[in-house]
Design a protein around this ligand. Sequence first.
Ligand code: PMT
Length: 223
Amino acid sequence: QSRNLLAGKKVVITAGPTQERIDPVRYFTNHSSGKMGYAIAQAAKEQGAEVVLISGPTTLQVPDGIEVVHTISAQDMYEAVIKYFVHADIVIKSAAVADYRPKDTFLHKRKKQPGTWSVEMERTIDILKTIGEQKTTQLLVGFAAESENVEEYALSKLHSKNLDLIVANNILQEGAGFKGETNIIMTIAKDGRKKEYPVLSKIEAAKCIIEDIISYTKRQEHS
Ligand code: PMT
């Protein structure tokens, strides 16, 4: 396998979930473990890239030689991504970012009360869409976590978020998606090149994603 194909490149990767606070005790989150994103960070580093990993709360150990920025909420992650995005060559967004957060948060623990409790939710910012609108020379890679019509929804995210490549996974498929050691991915590049992979360890899947990004940049250089 060739190495150092990303030497001199600055690669920003987001990983893991976000936590959206309700009060000092409670929050909304999702099942992301960060494994997929950390594996991508490792694969990019193995190709010689200078890697910044923007990570939501996970229990994973950070690989050596990778700069990590820890974030909690979608808003934190947005601020970190905006800061690092400007100088990045490649941005890969594998984090599972909350689309909604509680509209009101409480400074003190909300006490139990009789009856039900409704938490009103408001939209968070779409980080990927925002940087898709702002991008100049950066190559932008998004993920699509879908449970049906995977290819169709992934293509629609590729275009609506102005991406160069999208990695789709069906989170309901056995061996794919959140938490586990494996994933089943499909990559679709903006020029239409599509690749479907069998079940692979997240480490192997990450290598395939990095290879697909590299081959996309090569095609762009030659076109
Ligand atoms: O962490 P693991 O346990 O290993 O699991 C891996 C994974 C399932 C989390 C990963 O493979 C994956 O699919 N990540 C994307 C999860 C997701 O939020 O997908 P989405 O289809 O909802 O979002 C599409 C894209 O927009 C993603 O790149 C996401 O980072 C981005 N997004 C979404 C919402 C938002 N407010 N801002 C964003 O930037």
